[in-house]
Design a protein. Structure first.
Length: 664
């Protein structure tokens, strides 16, 4: 069965509907699965395959949101901006929820049920079907549980490790609410991924790359290990790591005497970075990158690298390890329509475009770089990193090459950036927009009817993970790291002389990039260029906020607001627009662009002074982790005293619903 394709027989649908009717937020609300699931179920290979794939949509990312899709999920970072700034960047607006939130176990419950049911049956020889296939589907569920736990790790850090479903008993469920230290959660995730990799084949028994495989498990393992290793490194000595000063876990008896498995936090950092390197190398050493021919307007496969992101069938691309298939008659999205216009008001930032090197390997500010400036979009792209040339759009380029006139929302030729529009369907928030995810077939331009694939994992991340983990662990780039880096640069049509780039990098000129910082300090030029490569290669693929968190790359905005900028509106390009399209004035409710007095560059969050974003993008330490909703403390407390709950709140967040972080 293919990833997210729902061709299940009627009898199985009835069973699955009953099973998935359990939709509550935590174990305290769950009914025992044994009371709603026939004992005869999960005894045959096809049933295991169907159960596993049915969990994909709830756990894995995709184009499920038909407006933004994958290529809009970097919005509200320094990479991409949308008109409305997220509450997390306006301290005081993000508050403790009354209920719900990330303290939820529904997906974990469903996955644990499968594992605790299937593993004994496998050991006892009670399952029918091909043994290798059965083991593969079991591996898929271990992977999905690991992925779900990684979502929890990123959101809330310390979290209960639950390996089995629990009885519907208040005392048992409350006792199980104890939070394991975050590094233990990460170790548990890695253990599940080791099991997944051991059980799964390199090619799934059915569905091909629409289903999880061994390489996908290894890639996720490298991502998780790198995440935790760098988090522990950059938050060391704070309340955001186990045993750190004022770590909330110190206040609970079950964690008060906690000791690191490796003996120290430095040992944990080394462990995770070592794991990241090893698993990333397994993937990078055997999966080749697809070719970049530099051709932009390519309807078929004249440029595999460009077309890979908007292909209907992604199975032939070596680099794509897992992708979601769509179908016009089953499930669709709107990514191709948005890629033909302003990407549903998600625009690239000035910071993003300026981070790309020149094709000679020099930063744009370096002497002899050849940078043409940013007076016009053509100038911005000229002589640059091939990825910017491919993915940054400029007026006059073609968006449709086949079946023109068939799409109800097609934009056949790229227009002047429509920065004045209020509708997200038409608006260009920053003046810069991408074509990543475009498909040149006009039939894809019918509103809400796109059926291009969605990449879930691609192998280039393994190259990047190895490079970063190697340098973070050892302080030098080993031979493999250099080889992987040069392969990425060669594909991007950029000089492979990375030492030349590092030598020309001036960190004081890279401060628009949040990734230039860790803990409010500028990092080294070498590490910065590793991060730059990751940023450029994975642009608009939804990993930026994850990276910024683990790098602790937003402290600098606690005391100094950051102002997101787009293209140079108040230079020669202002002649592209009418006076009405350039209406400005902070107190003018008709304003559509930022005041030139603020700067030459369009500031999408500083158009009207009554907007929460007008004062800039700001941060507070508490926002590195999400708050746990008040409900969860109340239902696990004794006698109404929430301090008796085994759950503790994340650093800086109060226990009371509706409260902002402490100290604001």
């Amino acid at each position: 069965m293919n990833f997210f394709r729902y061709k299940i027989n009627n009898a199985l649908i009835v069973i699955m509907m009953a099973l998935f009717a359990v939709s509550c937020n935590d174990y305290l609300d769950q009914a025992p699965l044994s009371s709603i699931t026939p004992d005869a179920y999960l005894r045959e290979e096809s049933q295991l395959a169907a159960y596993a794939v049915a969990r994909y949509p709830d756990v894995l990312p995709s184009h499920a949101n038909w407006t933004f899709g994958t290529f809009g999920t970097d919005g509200n970072t320094d990479n991409m901006a949308i008109p409305a700034l997220d509450n997390k960047y306006v301290p005081g607006l993000w508050r403790v929820g009354a209920s719900g939130g990330d303290w939820s176990f529904n997906n974990i419950f469903q996955l644990n049920y499968f594992i605790q049911t299937v593993v004994p049956r496998l050991k006892n020889g009670e399952l029918t079907g091909n043994d290798a296939n059965i083991r593969h589907y079991l591996g898929e569920v271990y992977f999905l549980r690991a992925h779900e736990y990684f979502n929890k790790l990123q959101a809330v850090g310390d979290f209960p490790i639950l390996k089995n479903t629990l009885p519907d008993n208040q005392e048992v469920l409350t006792a199980a609410s104890t939070r394991n230290p975050r590094n233990e959660v990460a170790r548990f995730i890695i253990s599940d991924l080791d099991s997944a990799a051991l059980l799964m084949k390199e090619t799934a028994p059915t569905g091909g790359k629409n289903r999880i495989s061994k390489n996908v498990a290894l890639l996720l393992k490298s991502r998780v290990a790198l995440y935790e290793g760098t988090w522990l490194k950059y938050f060391k000595g704070t309340a955001y790591v186990p045993k750190g000063p004022e770590w909330p876990g110190n206040g609970k008896s079950y964690n008060a005497s906690y000791q690191f498995p490796s003996g120290s936090i430095d040992g944990e950092i080394s462990y995770f970075l070592t794991q990241a390197m090893a698993s990333a190398k397994e993937v990078a050493s055997k999966v080749a990158l697809v070719q970049n021919t530099e051709i932009i307007e390519a309807p078929v496969n004249e440029n595999p690298y460009l077309n890979m992101f908007g292909a209907v069938d992604m199975s032939s691309y070596s680099e794509v390890l897992l992708w979601r298939q769509y179908n016009l008659t089953l499930v669709t999205h709107n990514v191709p329509v948005n890629a033909m216009a302003g990407n549903y008001a998600v625009g690239l930032t000035r910071s993003m475009t300026e981070s790309f090197l020149m094709d000679n390997g020099l930063p744009i500010y370096a002497t002899g770089s050849g940078y043409k400036g940013d007076d016009y979009l053509t100038d911005v792209r000229q002589g640059r990193d091939g990825r910017l040339k491919l993915f940054l759009k400029e007026p006059g380029q073609k968006n449709v090459l086949l079946n023109q006139g068939k799409g109800s929302h097609e934009t056949a030729v790229e227009p002047t950036p429509q920065i004045w529009e209020s509708s997200y369907e038409k608006k260009y928030s920053t003046g810069y927009t991408i074509r990543k995810g475009i498909n040149y077939d006009g039939q894809q331009a019918a509103n809400g009817s796109g059926y291009t694939g969605s990449i879930t994992f691609r192998a280039v991340e393994a190259y990047l993970n190895y490079m970063e983990a190697s340098y973070e662990k050892n302080g030098v780039l080993d031979a493999d790291a250099k080889t992987y880096w040069q392969a990425i640069r060669a594909r991007a049509k950029v000089s492979t002389d990375v030492d030349k780039t590092i030598a020309a990098t001036q960190m004081t000129k890279e401060t628009l990039d949040w990734g230039a910082y860790s803990a409010n300090q500028l990092i080294s030029p070498t590490l910065y260029n590793i991060r730059r490569e990751r940023r450029n290669e994975l642009m608009a693929e939804g990993l930026r906020y994850m990276d910024l968190k683990r790098w602790r790359a937003m402290d600098q905005m606690i005391n100094t607001p950051y102002h997101v900028e787009g293209f140079k509106l108040w230079g020669p390009m202002k002649s592209w627009f009418t006076a009405a399209q350039l209406t400005y004035g902070a107190t003018n409710n008709a304003a559509v662009v930022s005041d030139p007095a603020l700067g030459l560059y369009l500031r999408p969050h500083q158009i009207r002074s009554n907007a929460d974003s007008y004062k800039g993008t700001r941060w507070t330490m508490a926002h590195y982790l999400n708050p746990i909703a008040a409900q969860h403390f109340i239902i696990t407390a004794t006698g109404g005293d929430v301090s008796t709950s085994p759950i503790y709140q994340n650093p800086g967040w109060p226990l009371t619903a509706g409260s902002a972080p402490n100290g604001l």
